[in-house]
Ligand binder design. Structure first.
Ligand SMILES: NC(=O)c1ccc[n+]([C@@H]2O[C@H](COP(=O)([O-])OP(=O)(O)OC[C@H]3O[C@@H](n4cnc5c(N)ncnc54)[C@H](OP(=O)(O)O)[C@@H]3O)[C@@H](O)[C@H]2O)c1
Length: 342
């Protein structure tokens, strides 16, 4: 059995990781950390796990050796601890942003601070199996993609690979639920202020643009809006295809690139309520659903992608990467199909 520990296990992403890891047949969770709640039972923060674990939170300072360390700390925190983490485990999967960008200058441009471990950046593999499966099988260090970046990269990757897009002017309009902001309360997350919102919180200059450019070489402008959901991302991506590209070519590109992908589904139906991707039916699942429609009288192609930010957008992606690193079946622990109606 693989012995893992979760740093930042009291948070939303860490809690989701714990949920999936506890039911994974090849994994034993040895420790979960929280500074605020050290000594308290993990189920105090994750009541859905009652009866499934008697783990209590430890401090980050009392981490013991493990085979694999998952790190789920706020952006900018994990790089300060990384040297210590490496003393407790030879393999790391980081869910945060600190090790996603391979170029420390680009990190500085987007995160407005210099990287504390620039020499380690190139050792990390970006955590999306759909792009990096071969490297993940040999990886020791993995940096999972940002949730919004994940939805956008997966939506556009086949079109880039098959050279169908006119490169400029791609705009991703992203709608996102409140759990993406983590479990620390703020005035913005206070119920009377958050409930019912359609709040444009990052119309331009979204940090995930940097990782999208790194991974698929496209300059995508993101406009992000907080919506009245707890979980879920819907990315509506406005693109232009090259002259002559038709919908059947787009279909072919997705089928070709994703035909063997266990967690990608192309959703484009002529009838029914769920004709296009819809995050609600993905809650708790590791799927990324992708749909598209091309304008009949122009080159405009709208691509729509949906994920659960806490699963394919982070913890499920991390478990999928772990399965590859250790030669487990890639879908192990990730077979929850979602609920309907919900
Ligand atoms: N939420 C999402 O949908 C999502 C999606 C993709 C990626 N991510 C990434 O996942 C990471 C965690 O996000 P989250 O949403 O789970 O955040 P969160 O709910 O705020 O959890 C943060 C965790 O980090 C711990 N922590 C905070 N500051 C610390 C410090 N200085 N030293 C030690 N521990 C500290 C917290 O422990 P305490 O109990 O002590 O506060 C908590 O366990 C972030 O890097 C985020 O970018 C999140």
């Amino acid at each position: 059995m693989l012995k893992v520990s979760i740093v930042g296990g009291s948070g939303y992403a860490g809690g989701e990781l714990l949920r999936i890891a506890l039911s994974h047949p090849k994994v034993i969770v040895k420790q979960v950390t929280s500074e605020r709640f050290k000594g308290e039972p993990a189920v105090l923060l994750h009541p859905n796990l009652r009866g499934l674990t008697d783990l209590r939170f430890d401090s980050i300072n009392s981490l013991k050796k493990s085979d694999l360390l998952f790190i789920s700390l706020p952006n900018g925190v994990s790089m300060g601890y990384m040297r210590n983490f490496l003393k407790t485990s030879g393999r790391i999967i980081d869910l945060g942003a600190d090790f996603r960008l391979t170029d420390p200058r680009i990190f500085q441009d987007w995160y407005a601070k210099s990287h504390q471990e620039p020499g380690l950046l190139k050792k990390f593999i970006y955590g999306l199996p759909e792009l990096h499966r071969r490297d993940l099988k040999k990886a020791k260090f993995v940096a999972c993609g940002g949730c919004e970046a994940t939805a956008i990269i997966l939506a556009l990757y086949p079109l880039v690979k098959e050279r169908m897009l006119a490169k400029d002017g791609i705009i991703a309009d992203v709608k996102i639920g409140s759990s993406a902001a983590g479990n620390k309360p703020s005035s913005a997350s206070h119920h009377p202020e958050r409930h019912g919102v359609l709040r444009s919180y990052r119309p331009t200059n979204h940090r995930h643009q940097a990782e999208i450019e790194q991974e698929i070489g496209l300059d995508v402008e993101i406009s992000a809006t907080a919506v009245n959901l707890v979980r879920g991302i819907l990315a509506t991506i406005h693109t232009q295809v090259k002259r002559g590209v038709e919908e059947k070519d787009v279909w072919r590109a997705y089928r070709k690139v994703y035909k063997n992908e266990p967690f990608i589904r192309i959703v484009k139906q002529k009838q029914g309520l769920y004709r296009y991707p819809e995050p609600k039916i993905l809650w708790g699942t590791n799927y990324c659903d992708i749909g598209f429609e091309k304008s009949q009288d122009s080159n405009r192609l709208v691509v729509i992608s949906a994920i659960d930010n806490l699963v394919k957008g982070t913890a499920g992606q991390a478990i999928q990467a772990m399965n590859l690193m250790y030669g487990f079946k890639e879908t192990l622990g990730l077979d929850f199909p979602g609920l309907h109606p919900i």
